[in-house]
Design a protein around this ligand. Structure first.
Ligand code: AQP
Length: 335
């Protein structure tokens, strides 16, 4: 049976990177239901507290916003399990069991860890940030996940997850944990609008670097207008190395329209100036995101409903599976 599993951190409003790299595929997978398929989509709020500074009031609101965004994208609580990580203590429990078999050397090679800890004083950088990928492995392995749709930035963490599963199975001589497959979308990586050498990310200090799913049309127009491109004239074509800004816009359009990069290049071949290209790109984004924004604005007005969806999904649907896994693993380990 297929178990499709993915999560997102409530560290800010969802952006085009999350959408094209992951969330839109969640919806597509939900809709292309094959028999015996389970979909679990969660809010990784335990992961989110690894940020350097946490404002508790804002954090509560961000958790609600994450649920509202998931629902606004068309993910259905009837068809899928929508859950909140912190409501299921078994995530933390499995995290500990797996930490005891994960090597420090492997974690030290994680590029996300390296980039986030770089330049930070050793007394300041926290153990939770270092062990972040183990909790992620626990999230995935807890549900016997077979397929994990994520953006390219998660490649290494998924490899680690498979490695941990393999190690556990070898140690205890059985097939206790399922090694999940990574599913990439055609748009594996959306880049920051004003620094197209970096990925678009919620934690980037500059809001002009990303387009939120909830951005008003004027805001989308403004951000695309200001995005960093180049001064190569003539025409527009895909060349990620020499023209990362333009290539990022082509990628975004290709992701939204489900067209190949070559097809998008043909569509824009007649354009001669940035104003025309940027208006074209903005219009495509606005058209696609407007229904999501309208649904989101309705949903966010009803926090009680949002918490109810997350609580029911967590306690009635996700937790029984998680409890079953922990029970089996604890017995296997001799507890
Ligand atoms: N730029 C991106 N392009 C493609 N996919 C992306 N994802 C994130 N950014 C891009 C995918 O979105 C899912 C949720 O990941 P996340 O919650 O870690 O998103 P984030 O925007 O990266 O959030 P943060 O808080 O800014 O996290 P860090 O600091 O880790 O970058 C994942 O499937 C991810 O691949």
């Amino acid at each position: 049976d297929a178990v499709i599993f993915s999560m997102i951190q409530p560290t800010g409003d969802f952006h085009l990177g999350n959408y094209l790299g992951a969330n839109r595929v969640w919806k597509q997978l939900q809709d292309h239901k094959v028999p015996q398929q389970t979909c679990l989509f969660g809010v990784a709020d335990l992961h989110a507290i690894t940020v350097p500074k946490l404002d508790v009031v804002k954090f509560k609101q961000l958790r609600l916003q994450a649920i509202a965004s998931i629902l606004a994208l068309g993910i259905s609580p009837e068809k899928c399990t929508i859950f909140m990580q912190s409501k299921i203590p078994e995530h933390s429990q499995l995290n500990w069991l797996l930490e005891t078999i994960t090597s420090m050397g492997y974690l030290n090679r994680m590029t996300q860890w390296k980039s986030k800890s770089e330049g930070v004083d050793e007394d300041q950088v926290k153990l939770g940030l270092f062990a972040y990928p183990v909790l992620q492995a626990a999230d995935i392995l807890l549900y016997g996940s077979t397929h994990v749709p994520v953006g390219e930035d998660q490649t290494q963490h998924l490899e680690l997850t498979r490695n941990i599963a393999r190690r556990f199975n070898k140690m205890y001589k059985g097939r206790y944990l399922v090694e999940p497959q990574t599913i990439f979308t055609p748009t594996k990586k959306v880049l920051s609008l004003n620094n197209p050498t970096k990925k678009m990310s919620k934690s980037d200090a500059d809001p002009l670097s990303r387009i939120y799913l909830t951005d008003a049309p004027e805001s989308i127009q403004k951000k695309i207008k200001k995005c960093l491109t180049d001064s190569i004239s003539d025409n527009f074509y895909y060349d990620p190395e020499n023209r990362p800004g333009v290539s990022n816009l082509i990628n975004i359009v290709s992701g939204i329209q489900g067209k190949s990069v070559e097809e998008v290049e043909k569509d824009i071949a007649h354009m001669k100036d940035y104003n025309t290209l940027k208006t074209y790109v903005s219009d495509i984004i606005i058209e696609d995101l407007t229904p999501v924004r309208i649904r989101y604005e309705q949903l966010i007005k009803d926090p009680a409903y949002l918490m109810d969806v997350a609580t029911k999904g967590s306690l009635e649907k996700a937790r029984p599976i998680a409890q079953g896994t922990i029970k089996r693993l604890m017995e296997t380990m001799g507890f």
